[in-house]
Design a protein around this ligand. Structure first.
Ligand SMILES: Cc1ncc(COP(=O)(O)O)c(C=O)c1O
Length: 372
């Protein structure tokens, strides 16, 4: 069997060694005669898996004691409702920076619970070719909130669809607004070190850099655990989930187990510092190839380009299907861009080795030559 290079945006490629280990342990986990999938979430065996997974995650991101790490369900889209339900007690509004489709979806959902103050809406897609996607400079946004108190400021650290990633400007805005920052890091968590203490909530669905779909991780400042609206469902109340060690109800046990194997793998590689360096190398290789070509174009401003999701178009769009078919012939799959923006997108999360990106750029150069 030969495995392909999988550039899917998510669910995405997992480290091969993790899949092999899960396969080995599928029928008989560590001599216990049963699969992890068949274990009670309250058994000593599963408790040991869960606690190691949570501790390893805390270690990887250097999560301080001020913050809880919660394993939840509902995905990042679920968090669009779960976060306001948990943080709005005593507040009516929150601030939003819209840099793309995911953050836009978040502010829209918020409107069911409170007044969404969109301090900047830059959710352009390639449909609007005149304004390439970019991360906003946060300076001149404050007048939009008229000095009113925001429950929090939400932004998406990496817009998976348009390939736009923040590089730090958000802290300045948050300190001016004087409210906690809530970050959707679904598609770039564990790809760089974080100063977790400076965030109120960081959340992410697992299916990119963490493991299989089904589990959502939320890192929550303990100071925010008592701000839930009374209507917040118990299973989604941060405080309740925290008090019950993420076992208020049955967690997605198998997804968490695989996430634990991914965390072990990442630690063996060198942790998030390794991931950051690796991401830079892979992204540079791909963006340089695009920038040096006359066939490929990346619509994202240089300094805002995502290290995880690399969108690009072909100058002649009629070549799109041929490009995808030829790439697939060479085992390079899932390169089609999101349907809302078209073109191509190569997602190169932690589990994509440099070798996979090298294979992609070799193919891209070859394809460009053959079409010249
Ligand atoms: C940045 C971002 N936010 C939210 C989501 C939605 O996640 P989910 O489908 O797990 O709810 C995604 C999914 O791909 C994403 O990339």
């Amino acid at each position: 069997m030969s495995r392909v290079w999988n550039f899917s945006a998510g669910p995405a490629a997992l480290p091969e060694s993790v899949l092999r280990r899960a396969a080995e342990e599928m029928l008989d986990w560590q001599g216990k005669g049963l699969s992890v999938m068949e274990m009670s979430h309250r058994s000593p065996e599963y408790t040991s898996i869960f606690e190691k997974t949570r501790n390893d995650f805390r270690t990887l991101l250097n999560v301080p004691d001020t913050h809880e790490v919660l394993f939840m369900q509902g995905g990042a889209v679920g968090m669009n409702a779960i976060v306001p339900l948990n943080l709005l007690q005593g507040f009516e509004q929150a601030a939003f920076v819209n840099t793309g489709a995911w953050s836009k979806k978040t502010s829209k959902e918020f409107s069911k619970y409170g007044l969404a103050r969109v301090v900047l809406d830059n959710a352009n897609t390639r449909a609007d070719a005149s304004s390439a996607c970019y991360v906003p400079e946060c300076g001149a946004l404050l007048d939009r909130v008229n000095g009113q108190q925001m429950a929090y400021l939400h932004y998406c650290d990496n817009e998976t669809i348009s390939g736009v990633e923040f590089t730090g400007q958000i802290e300045a805005l948050a300190s001016l607004l004087d409210c906690p920052v809530v970050a959707d890091m679904s598609s770039n968590i564990l790809s760089k070190p974080l100063d977790v203490a400076s965030y109120g909530v960081i959340y992410g669905g697992a299916q990119k850099n963490i493991g299989p779909a089904g589990v959502t991780i939320a890192i929550v400042d303990k100071a925010l655990l008592n701000r839930a609206l009374p209507i917040c469902p118990s299973a989604f109340t941060f405080g309740t989930v925290a008090e019950n060690g993420s076992m208020y109800n049955t967690p997605p046990t198998y997804s968490i187990y695989i996430a634990g194997l991914v965390f072990e793998w990442l630690m063996e590689q060198g942790g998030v510092a390794w991931a950051q360096a690796q991401a830079r190398n892979k992204a540079d290789l791909l963006y340089n190839t695009i920038d040096q070509s006359s066939l490929y174009n990346c619509p994202v401003r240089q300094q805002d380009r995502s290290r995880m999701n690399v969108p690009f178009t072909l100058a002649d769009e009629s070549l799109n299907s041929k490009f995808l078919a030829k790439a697939a012939d060479q085992g390079l799959v899932q390169l089609k861009g999101h349907k809302s923006v078209g073109g191509m997108r190569a997602s190169i999360y932690n589990a994509m080795p440099l070798e996979g990106v090298q294979a992609l750029v070799a193919f891209m150069r070859e394809f460009e030559k053959s079409e010249a």
